[in-house]
Write a protein that binds this ligand. Sequence first.
Ligand code: ATP
Length: 344
Amino acid sequence: MSIQLSIRDLNKRFKTGDGVKGISLDVMKGELVTLLGPSGCGKTTVLRSIGGFLAPDSGDIQIRGSSILHLPPEKRPTAMVFQSYNLWPHMTVYDNLAFGLKLRKKKKDEIRSLVQEALKLVQLESAEHKTPGLLSGGQQQRVALARALLLEPEVLLLDEPFSALDAKLRMEMREELRDIQRRTGMTMIFVTHDQEEALSISDRIVVMRAGEIEQLSTPQEIYDQPQTLFVAGFIGRINLIKGTGTGRSVAVGEARFEQERAHDGAVIAAVRPEDVYLTEQETNSLPGMIRQIMILGHYAEVSVESGEQVLKMFVPREQSARLHHGQQVRIGFSRVVSFPSPGA
Ligand code: ATP
């Protein structure tokens, strides 16, 4: 696979002092890479720099080996899909899609077949003659996506495209986007602050914090092997517990557990709720009391008070039916990733 987009030491500092620092990133052809991080961490700044809507202070952005920094947005081999769909309200869906192709002096027959193909791709054949106002938010976003795809960009930029949609539709659109991306082989950069969205659609995730890259890995690695406490806390649900490390072992209270990475001294042990289990064993387990049981469909989220902390665990439905508020239990951890304690 070849490198489609290369960002080299990108820097942008706004007057306020915010911005991005030393961003470097290679995106392979056909890859979907997500920029993920809390509000203000610089995701949009990176995306807008790629699209040409913002001039970086230094660094380079290349597509297939050539710098694009000197090009205005409309000359760049990129297209952008925004959270607000930016469709022309008085034009039909067909005309919204055909517009860019007409500007490119494509022939009428070709435009017709390209637009119909694009509408089929986003499953909107029936909306061809409607104006955007008659469509739902999800449908309008599909039109915006089709319009961007018709420009055949080398890199498609998506800026929180689904954040205005309700939860159910957002899930559907994720699946659809992923499907379209596989079918077209298009390279995509997707911006979101929704970690679940990032985990579900990306080939790789760039976790950003305060203008810098905190971790760049596959969703699985980000989830299982967070490199920093920030990534551990930001992605997915997690318990953060004070402990003391000795090599590959970590002591929490009286109990000892194996840890994924060796650390000595004061640590924060990070344990996902699915890695906390109930046990009868007296050794290497922690005593606790059940504080709350929340049924969440096929599993329950159980809060266990142990010492000063309240730990969350996920329990299958049939097991949770046998638990009750106030019950004394013992818990163990099947997987612990720990980090040197920030205060140590
Ligand atoms: P969000 O999810 O809220 O959109 P983000 O991660 O996309 O956040 P950016 O929009 O890239 O963050 O902004 C990064 C930082 O730079 C923020 O602190 C923001 O306030 C600041 N910033 C962005 N654009 C400008 C600008 N034109 N002038 C001054 N400061 C800006």
